[in-house]
Write a protein that binds this ligand. Structure first.
Ligand code: ARG
Length: 461
């Protein structure tokens, strides 16, 4: 067990099978930079409490710097005998600083409080990158909405024509959930900035080290209040995985619309060549693979969350080695989003909409029937009767293959005396859309307001 972090009480080193099972360097290596930052902060706390002289602190920080450079350029690599990144970096420090000085750094800390802190630093860092990617996507959606202000399309419920809406309104309905995801990340980060460093293995430190000093050095807000909670809980990781899943699901729902809009039957959008793929056998194919990968990867993100929650369920306090299983799923969620989001944004930004086709389909399927009913309400007909009358008009037109505005004046009166020729004033797509000017409605004035509100909300983040 030469060079390992433990071994004093063991008569033999780990069996090869155990070593293979236990090893985590192949995935926790990416925590190296955070481990080194933690070590720098910890060295300062040790010095402040009198465990390192001024000279020792200088040499310790220099050695950690040398190690960081070697880590970054790849000349410091994991050995077969390294269990995890923390053990490997202590080995590296001792190689540089010597056993006397290098061996002092472990006082007053445990891999348990280290790892709980490092995963937070990793997630906080990547949440900033993911936030930028999501903002880019919201911007791309907003730019498409702005470019198509005034263009109508069929709005659907149950996938059936329901009421005409503005394309911009539909697009912005996908932007708002992403804005809330950004706000979720911001709210999560407040909890994530609590620092477990100094909690030790589980019971806290006896050395009088200042955990606030470490927290501040690491850019965190404050030490975690309970050392057992600090080392044993992973709700911060699970919450991040949840937000990542929700981002994935929000992408997946837009992806599904894009896939359908891109079918020949709909023909609402054309994908840019550089954001679509071909078929190895069918020369004519142009496939929406980015949207499909987004839909597929949302399943993977949910799987990461579900796996993590299952790992945590029933774990007694305090640290248990099961907790090592938190990293691969959440690292995968991070990488998945960091690869997916830029491609997805490119696809959205380069979508071309066939607004003529969308406008042509907007009034079909009797989608203006609600407008007839609401016009009758303005004529003081009770809505219950108005609904019946409008339904009778739909039935009349359906049987004869007519649009709602095509029956003659006489036919209208025959269906109901309340149906005067003035009803035709609301039987246009633009009339219908412009009349829905209540808060959050699809009228152009409201959609323009929405765009401004969206931009403001993003700026406030
Ligand atoms: N590699 C471990 C993890 O990721 C940290 C090591 C804690 N090991 C231990 N035996 N207490 O959680």
């Amino acid at each position: 067990t030469e060079g390992a972090l433990w071994g004093g009480r063991f008569s033999s080193g780990p069996s090869p099978e155990l070593a293979r099972l236990s090893k985590s360097t192949h995935f926790d290596w990416q925590l190296g930079p955070y481990d080194l930052a933690g070590s720098r902060a910890h060295a300062k706390a040790l010095a402040a409490a009198g465990y390192l002289s001024d000279d020792e602190l200088v040499r310790m920080l220099e050695s950690l710097d040398t190690l960081r450079v070697a880590f970054e350029d790849g000349s410091f690599a994991a050995l077969e005998s390294d269990e995890d990144v923390h053990g490997a970096l202590e080995r590296g420090l001792i190689e540089i600083a010597g056993a006397e000085l290098g061996g002092k750094l472990r006082a007053g800390r445990s891999r348990n409080d280290q790892i709980a802190t490092l995963v937070r630093l990793y997630l906080l860092d990547h949440s900033r990158a993911i936030t930028h990617h999501v903002v880019d996507l919201v911007d791309a959606i907003a730019a498409q909405a702005e470019a198509h202000l005034g263009a109508p399309m069929p709005g659907r419920t149950h996938m059936q024509h329901a009421q005409p809406v503005l394309l911009s309104h539909h697009l912005l309905a996908y932007a708002w959930p992403l804005v809330r995801d950004l706000e979720r990340l911001r709210d999560w980060s407040v909890r994530a900035r609590s620092s477990p460093y100094g909690a030790g293995a589980l019971a806290g430190s006896s050395l009088g080290l200042d955990p606030q000093l470490v927290a501040t050095e690491l850019g965190l807000d404050r030490p975690t209040e309970n050392s057992m909670d600090a080392t044993a809980s992973r709700d911060v990781v699970a919450e991040f995985a949840f937000i990542a899943s929700l981002v994935g699901i929000n992408l997946s729902r837009l992806a599904e619309d894009i896939i359908i809009w891109n079918t020949r039957e709909f023909g609402f959008v054309t994908l840019h060549d550089s954001y679509s793929t071909g078929s190895s056998i069918m020369p004519q194919k142009k496939n929406p693979d980015i949207a499909e990968l987004a839909r597929g990867k949302s399943g993977r993100l949910i799987g990461n969350l579900a796996g993590l929650l299952a790992t945590l369920k029933g774990l007694p306090l305090a640290y248990n080695r099961d907790l090592q299983e938190d990293k691969e799923p959440v690292f995968d969620s991070v990488t998945t989003l960091e690869v997916l989001l830029p491609a997805f944004t490119g696809m959205v930004a380069s979508l071309r909409f066939d607004t003529a086709r969308m406008a042509e389909l907007a009034p079909q399927g009797f989608s203006l029937a609600t407008d007839v009913a609401e016009w009758l309400v303005t004529q003081h007909v009770p809505f219950r009767d108005a609904h019946e009358i409008s339904g009778a008009l739909v039935s009349f037109c359906e049987q004869r293959g007519l649009r709602l505005d095509e029956p003659t004046d006489a036919e209208l009166t025959e269906i109901s005396p309340h149906l005067t020729p003035e009803v035709r004033s609301v039987l246009t797509v633009s009339g219908s859309i412009e009349s829905r000017d209540g808060t959050g409605g699809t009228a152009a004035v409201r959609v323009t307001e929405q765009l401004a509100a969206l931009t403001r909300r993003i700026r406030e983040l």
